[in-house]
Structure formats: structure tokens, C-alpha cells
Design a binder for this molecule. Structure first.
Ligand code: PMV
Length: 368
């Protein structure tokens, strides 16, 4: 990766705090390209198909403070007041982002990173999306790198695929691209967060939503063993085209139809993986049946469900039907909470008062 740092202004001992929000894909990414014609390195996280998402409001976000300091001998990472072992393989793979940005800035300075997740971790809401977007954005700012956001999305993508979309607000497409070095596999905003004010999101938070397998490991397994996977890649690219046209027209029924088809297609491929990957549980299935029943009764698509790598649904509906959909969801046993996030903006710098690293001691501020 060749970038030029447009500003040499590394903020040594100066804390930078940012916020990034999670996102939900309507056409999902599940599977990386394997080494060959259009992929030179698996760790680049190059997707087999394009994806399209909506960025959540601040209700589902990560706040990250970062400081680069000569006083630090190694990187440190605190998540929700707990020190995280950076030698752990999955964390290490994600923190490559920090090394990439350091290389671009031409520095060896170590960083203290303090994050607070307002996304329930490992529940399938995409805490890695907001987390890695926040880390990438914060580190780039602290290192004084004037890289434009779409280029930055190339780096966030390495930490977590869905993170590249969270750098932007509103409706975001992550284009698959074709180059083996991933230079054209970047996110771009299609529409701002204010584009479709009548569109509402509801997240069903389940009582016991622990994830069974990480998406990274799951994707590898699917690409290796699923016979339906090839069809899925073709289907997802078709879905992107139809979804983009439906969004342009603000055609809710079409958006809903594609959203439901795409999530079920992804989960079908997961089931076709050896050993099968099952993120949905009984409550998820009951939610699907309930929404299908509501749509059947109404004779139109009133609500649409979508599931990432977890059992919690994100439901899409329109303002006029919102109360009816909420009432229907409240009757489902096993949903402990309904969260109603807005559609939010991209990653941004917060002011000093929101720092979670003490600017004087450079130590984490406890959330207690
Ligand atoms: O962000 P990753 O690399 O953990 O992949 C997440 C993939 C899904 O959330 C399941 C789908 C998507 O496109 O967000």
C-alpha cells in the first residue's frame, strides 16, 4: 500500500477521541476472495461480493480515545474498562490497522487505545464494524494523516470488512473491486443519513445472544466447504443492483423484499457450510415467522427483517407502520429489549470533554 502522509503533524501525547457507529448490511458480505487472480493477500480482507449497508445512529456506536506517546513501549488496548491481550490472534489480526497507519506516517510510536462500546459485544450487531472504524479514524487523525475517507476505508477493511462501511453515514456501498491489492475495494456513501426520514429501524435484543463462531472463521469455513457459496456470490451482486434501484425510488417493498431474501440466502450458505454455522435461534425464527405473517395479513411488505452473524434481528419499516410493527414485536417471547436507533452519520472527532483518556495522566478514564 503506498500512501503519502499529507501532514507531518503527529500529535504526540495529545489525546484524540472519535465516535463511529455500527451498521447493518441489507446486502451482506460473507466470504473473502481467495489468493489468485484478484487477491494477492488474504489478510487484505477482499470480499467476494459487494455489500450495501445503513449506518446506525449513535445508539449503537463505539467511542475511542487514542494517544501516541514516547513513554509507551508497546501498544495497549482497553475495551469497556478491561485491558485486552493484544497477543490474542483475533485481536492481533485487527490491530494490523494500527501498524499500517504507523507505516504510512513513518513512525514507530506506540499507542494507548481506550474504547467503549455502546454495541453489545459479540451479539451480531457489528461491534467490530464501529470498533475498527473508530480505531482507524482515531489513529489516522492522531497521526496527522490527511487521507480521504474512502482511502481510509481500505485500511479499516483490513481490521474488519464491515468497518469500512462504518466510516460513512447514511446508505453506504462497499464495492467489491477487482484489483489484487484491494485499492478499488473501498466504501462510498450513496445517500446521506437524512435521505429517507420515513425509514425506521428496530433492533431486537435477545436475552442470550452469545455468538457461536467468529465471522472471520465462519467465512473461511464457508468458502472452503459450501457448495451453494458460488451461487450466493452471483445472487448478492444481483441483489445490489436491484437494491440500489429500489433505494433510488424509495420503494420500501422492494427494499424489504431484497433485504429479507439476501439475509436468508446468506444464512442458507452458512447452513450449507461444514460443520454448519447456525447463528439464528428459536427466537430469531419466531421473529421471521411473525413478520412474514404480518406482511401476509396486510397484503404488502410492512416490515422486513435482516440478520448478521447473530440471532438479533434488525427490522426495517416505515413511519406509518412503526407502531403496528413495534406492537407485533413486543408479543414475541425471548426478546428482552427493542432498540430504535436512528440512521446516523460517519466517523467523527469528538471534543476533549468526551475523551476517555485523561489528558494529563494519559491513563484510561473509568466508565464506573
Ligand atoms: O465485519 P466482519 O469482517 O466481521 O464481517 C461481518 C459480516 C456480516 O456482518 C455478517 C455481514 C455484513 O456485511 O456486515
Amino acid at each position: 500500500m503506498k500512501y503519502k502522509a499529507s501532514s507531518p503533524g503527529i500529535a504526540i501525547d495529545k489525546v484524540v477521541t472519535v465516535q463511529a457507529n455500527s451498521n447493518i448490511a441489507l446486502v451482506k458480505y460473507w466470504g473473502k476472495r481467495s489468493i489468485g487472480e484478484d487477491c494477492s493477500d488474504e489478510s487484505l480482507n477482499l470480499p467476494a461480493n459487494s455489500s450495501l449497508s445503513i449506518t446506525f445512529g449513535d445508539e449503537l456506536s463505539t467511542v475511542t480515545s487514542i494517544v501516541f506517546s514516547e513513554k509507551l513501549n508497546e501498544d495497549e488496548f482497553y475495551l469497556n474498562d478491561k485491558k485486552i491481550d493484544l497477543d490474542e490472534k483475533e485481536i492481533q489480526e485487527r490491530f494490523i490497522v494500527l501498524s499500517k497507519l504507523r507505516d504510512i506516517a513513518g513512525t514507530k510510536l506506540r499507542a494507548r487505545v481506550v474504547s467503549r462500546n455502546f454495541v453489545p459485544t459479540a451479539s451480531g450487531f457489528g461491534s467490530s464494524a464501529s470498533g475498527m472504524a473508530a480505531l482507524t479514524f482515531a489513529a489516522a487523525k492522531a497521526l496527522g494523516l490527511g487521507i480521504e475517507t474512502s482511502r481510509l476505508s481500505e485500511i479499516a477493511r483490513i481490521g474488519s470488512g464491515s468497518a469500512c462501511r462504518s466510516l460513512f453515514g447514511g446508505f453506504v456501498e462497499w464495492e467489491r473491486g477487482n484489483k489484487p491489492d484491494g485499492r478499488d475495494s473501498v466504501a462510498k456513501q450513496l445517500y446521506q443519513e437524512t435521505y429517507w426520514p420515513e425509514l425506521r429501524l428496530i433492533v431486537t435484543a435477545l436475552e442470550n445472544p452469545k455468538k457461536s463462531i467468529s465471522s472471520r472463521a465462519g467465512m473461511r469455513q464457508t468458502a472452503k466447504t459450501s457448495r451453494l457459496y458460488k451461487e450466493r456470490i452471483i445472487g448478492a451482486e444481483e441483489n445490489i443492483k436491484v437494491l440500489k434501484a429500489a433505494l433510488r425510488e424509495k420503494d420500501f417493498e422492494k427494499v424489504g423484499e431484497i433485504t429479507m431474501q439476501d439475509t436468508m440466502m446468506m444464512h442458507a450458505v452458512m447452513l450449507d457450510t461444514r460443520p454448519p454455522i447456525m447463528y439464528l435461534n428459536d427466537v430469531s425464527r419466531e421473529t421471521i415467522n411473525t413478520i412474514e405473517e404480518l406482511n401476509r395479513k396486510e397484503g404488502r411488505i410492512v416490515a422486513a427483517y435482516t440478520y448478521d452473524a447473530g440471532p438479533n434481528a434488525v427490522i426495517l419499516t416505515l413511519d406509518n407502520d412503526f407502531d403496528k410493527v413495534m406492537e407485533t414485536l413486543r408479543k414475541i417471547n425471548g426478546i428482552s429489549k427493542l432498540i430504535v436507533p436512528g440512521i446516523g452519520g460517519g466517523a467523527r472527532v469528538l471534543d476533549e470533554s468526551q475523551s476517555i483518556i485523561d489528558p494529563n495522566t494519559l491513563l484510561p478514564v473509568s466508565g464506573e
